[in-house]
Design a protein around this ligand. Structure first.
Ligand SMILES: Cc1cc2nc3c(=O)[nH]c(=O)nc-3n(C[C@H](O)[C@H](O)[C@H](O)COP(=O)(O)OP(=O)(O)OC[C@H]3O[C@@H](n4cnc5c(N)ncnc54)[C@H](O)[C@@H]3O)c2cc1C
Length: 385
């Protein structure tokens, strides 16, 4: 249990992952009054510090492209802005495509990205192999490449935002669980925590995979499901090219990037079921090994050094939920990023701060309103693994 919590706040942010911390920082900096952020564990202990750290602007959805691009610009200047080294490695992102339909989809997306000023391009299999010499290009028809994309260290981003938020005047409380909400006549009166009641009229839900429950306390439907994803780090690979891009075998979802002297590798498990499962399991390994050995044959001789499991926060169309609920005043939410929320942290901080202050955000996020599912209006993001 946390030591103390204030009895009043102008804004309560629930969740201290990258989205909540960036929101608290931006709100505090913009003079939104007393901003209090609560996390049931340590900051980043939800999904953020389980992420592979991939940052990119290669998406199919225009808003995701703009927000991903914004994130890249912040991550590039993070050390200067927040006095925190995040070990950004801009080796690029490389999507390997072996299906003609995917090639056509990515061609459309690359054209859209270029029209928005993002440096991406379609390349041939041979060029993909020059960029990632360990791959087999068997079956690869083409690849999409974004040279400015890359990866960085989530723990460092969490640290940078947390420190900046506190310096800007926000109160951040780890190990303090929100247990419920108090609403009368459609207006929020307070949040209840295991350290007491905090009177407030404005709540921002940044609770990631746990958001559905938080929404229910305030009468808001946030269709977010937790789905386990696992990562493995290999033993050192002698002579590994450290400049290889984050490489994704799109049809199998097998991906890797260099991680110290080895590779960080991951893949989705099509048989995984919804649930707060955080144990490491072996069920996905046969599928992973098959895909890995097909695309990177030399991995057959490499051992596993470590690994972990985390939660994707999945919505029905694999796109985030961003907005303000109309039925209760005032409940805002930024959640459900379905596996690409780490890279959206910087943009979401700006967007949520604008929405709380009642101003138009720098990018139109209206299509991400959670009510889209009531009208069966999915807003699908195609380039998710
Ligand atoms: C294996 C894996 C790899 C990934 N790789 C990438 C990647 O390469 N790039 C990318 O962009 N994204 C990636 N992601 C996704 C990314 O991690 C998430 O989209 C992102 O971290 C979401 O951030 P968040 O702040 O919304 O959620 P979280 O980091 O989960 O934060 C939510 C917080 O809310 C807190 N909370 C919940 N309920 C309560 C409560 N009742 N009271 C108080 N606190 C509460 C939790 O403790 C948690 O810390 C990956 C995810 C996984 C699992």
């Amino acid at each position: 249990m946390s030591a103390t919590a204030p009895t009043h706040a102008d804004v309560v942010v629930i969740g201290g992952g990258v989205i909540g911390l960036a929101t608290a920082y931006t709100l505090a900096r913009s003079g939104a009054g007393q901003v209090v952020l609560l996390d049931q564990g340590s900051f980043g202990s939800g999904s953020t510090c389980k992420a592979a750290g991939g940052v990119r602007a290669q998406f199919s959805d225009e808003t995701n492209i703009i927000m991903g691009h914004y994130g890249l610009e912040v991550f590039e200047r993070f050390g200067h802005l927040f006095d925190q080294e995040i070990d950004l490695r801009q080796n690029g992102y490389l999507f390997l495509l072996d299906d003609p339909t995917d090639v056509a989809d990515f061609e459309r997306s690359v054209a859209l990205q270029q029209s928005l000023g993002v440096d991406t391009r379609m390349i041939a299999a041979a060029e993909a192999q020059r960029l990632a010499p360990i791959i087999s290009t068997e079956g690869v028809l083409a690849a999409a490449y974004g040279p400015r994309d890359g990866h960085c260290t989530p723990e460092s981003v969490v640290l940078g935002y947390a420190r900046a938020a506190r310096r800007a005047g926000a109160t951040l409380i780890p190990n303090c669980r929100v247990t419920g909400g108090e609403v009368t006549d459609g207006t929020i009166r307070a949040v209840h925590t295991d350290a007491g009641r905090i009177q407030t009229q404005t709540v921002v839900c940044c609770a990631g995979a746990w958001s559905r429950t938080v929404g229910e306390w305030f009468g808001v439907d946030l269709p977010v499901d937790p789905v386990r994803r696992q990562i493995i780090v290999t033993e050192p690979i002698p002579g590994l090219d450290q400049s290889m891009p984050m490489t994704i075998d799109f049809s199998t979802t097998f991906y890797f990037h260099e991680e110290g002297p080895g590779l960080l590798i991951g893949m989705s498990d099509p048989d995984e079921t919804v649930g707060f499962k955080l144990n490491r399991g072996d069920e996905w390994l046969p599928g992973l090994i098959g895909a890995a050995e097909h695309r990177v044959p030399s991995l057959a001789d490499v051992g596993i050094a470590s690994g972990w499991a985390g939660l994707y926060e999945v919505t029905p169309d694999h796109n985030g939920l961003i907005g303000e609920a109309p039925g209760v005043s005032r409940f805002l939410y930024a959640t459900g990023f379905s596996g690409h929320g780490f890279l959206l942290g910087p943009a979401m901080g700006e967007v949520m701060s604008s929405l709380v202050r009642g101003e138009a955000p720098f990018v139109d996020v209206s299509a991400f309103d959670a009510r889209r599912f009531e009208q069966a209006q999915l807003h699908r993001e195609k380039h998710i693994v």
